[in-house]
Design a protein. Structure first.
Length: 415
């Protein structure tokens, strides 16, 4: 199961991961395609005069900051800033596949890790809107084989808010999977080992990774499709996310449009995780993990996307493409306080920065770093995608937010 590197820690306390060699930057300043087929970018309420902040422009503070990271070997990937559906800043650094000499580009797809978890919440809300399920449904209404207390007491709402009270055993992170079926069968068996050790509805610190897998199994039971197929059809295709999919390891290895993950070993050397499945991260947070060992991303997690596709996804959350307005509000409504001005939602996090909302979700794995942020009050979307475990993700998010809003995350509600 992929992990969100920002979960349970403040942005300022998160320690960014070490350095990758960067090569060449590509600048783009052209309009982004509409947020979906036949969809215009959503209207936004301007902040102040609605001008592009100098720090967010090409050559501005954020652009210079990312270029400095790349020059220092600390960032290989893509950053993108979009305002009201138009690309303001797009930069690509480093190599997608060093062995074949393929550079990262704006249309390179990166694995998302936990930054893809909101796809599950969108799927469940789509099914709820159609009357196929209720968010108050307990696990046992749709699935069998779970302990009786899990079946009867843990609801979809509990799992989407991280308050299920479940504890699940550690996964076999050293296993190398060989097929979609093997991944699915393993995840299904593992999720059914979940035990109720807390009180549903209350915050807890238990290891509850099955909070991603079990809702995905419910999507499958209700829709009659595999989780991967449902999301590709009802999220990616509906948004016009043509560069996004749940790729298998063979496709990841061979497709030049997909960035390979480069993990740093204990001696400081770096290897292509896909070509060295025997190697794992030496860092405590990701100890012994290698994302290439999964034949396909675990159900309820991950996926691959390009930076422009994540902009389309962010816009589609608010313009009716994915969810009609009341249901879109259900997705991003602040629920659980995480800090003075930050809250958990059904998928991403929500924070008040500089007097406006920032909706954001991050993810990380060895050789993987991803984040997308939506600023719905002013029409901005920011994307950070990296194929190394060196990018200082939390610092980069702070710099992006400062460039867009003029305020630093964690600096108070700002009214």
């Amino acid at each position: 199961m992929d992990r969100d590197p920002t979960a349970g820690v403040s942005r300022r306390r998160f320690v960014g991961w070490g350095g990758l060699a960067a090569a060449g930057a590509v600048a783009v300043g052209v309009p982004l395609a509409d947020a979906g087929p036949g969809r215009a970018a959503p209207p936004a309420r301007p902040s102040g005069p609605g001008r592009i902040p100098p720090a967010a422009r090409p050559g501005g503070a954020y652009d210079r900051y990312v270029a400095g990271l790349a020059a220092a070997g600390r960032f290989s990937g893509v950053v993108l800033l979009s305002h009201r559906g138009r690309t303001v800043l797009s930069r690509s650094y480093g190599m997608a596949d060093r062995e074949r000499g393929i550079r990262n580009r704006e249309d390179t797809a990166f694995t998302l890790s936990s930054a893809g978890k909101p796809f599950t919440a969108v799927a469940l809300l789509q099914l709820a809107r159609r009357g196929r399920l209720r968010l108050s449904d307990p696990v046992g209404r749709h699935l069998t084989g779970f302990a009786s207390d899990v079946s009867e007491k843990v609801t979809i709402h509990h799992m989407l808010t991280g308050t299920s009270g479940l504890n699940t055993p550690e996964e076999d992170i050293h296993r190398i999977f060989r097929s979609r079926r093997e991944v699915h069968d393993y995840q299904e068996r593992w999720a059914r080992q979940a035990k109720l050790v807390g009180t549903p509805g209350l915050p807890n610190g238990f290891h509850a990774s099955a909070e991603a897998a079990i809702p995905a199994l419910i999507v499958e039971a209700v829709s009659g499709q595999s989780y991967w197929d449902y999301v590709e059809e009802n999220v990616f295709r509906r948004c016009g996310m043509t560069g996004s999919a749940f790729h298998t390891r063979p496709r990841w290895l061979t497709d030049p449009r997909i960035a390979h993950p480069y993990l740093t070993l204990a001696d400081g050397s770096q290897v292509d995780a896909l070509r060295h499945l025997d190697q794992g991260s030496p860092y405590e947070y990701m100890l012994d993990r290698n994302p290439g060992r999964a034949f396909i991303d675990a159900i309820g997690d991950g996926g691959f996307a390009t930076a422009p596709d994540l902009v389309r996804f962010a816009h589609a959350l608010g313009d009716g493409t994915l969810l009609e307005r009341p249901w879109a509000d259900v997705l991003t409504a602040p629920r659980m306080p995480l800090g003075p001005a930050s809250f958990g939602t059904y998928g991403p996090s929500a924070e008040i920065v500089g007097g406006q909302w920032v909706i954001q979700r991050a993810g990380g794995n060895p050789g993987v770093c991803a984040n997308w942020s939506s600023y719905p009050d002013t029409g901005w979307v920011g994307v950070i995608l990296a194929n190394g475990d060196d990018a200082p993700l939390i610092e980069m998010i702070e710099q992006e937010t400062r460039a867009v809003t003029g305020a630093a995350p964690g600096g108070g509600s700002g009214g």
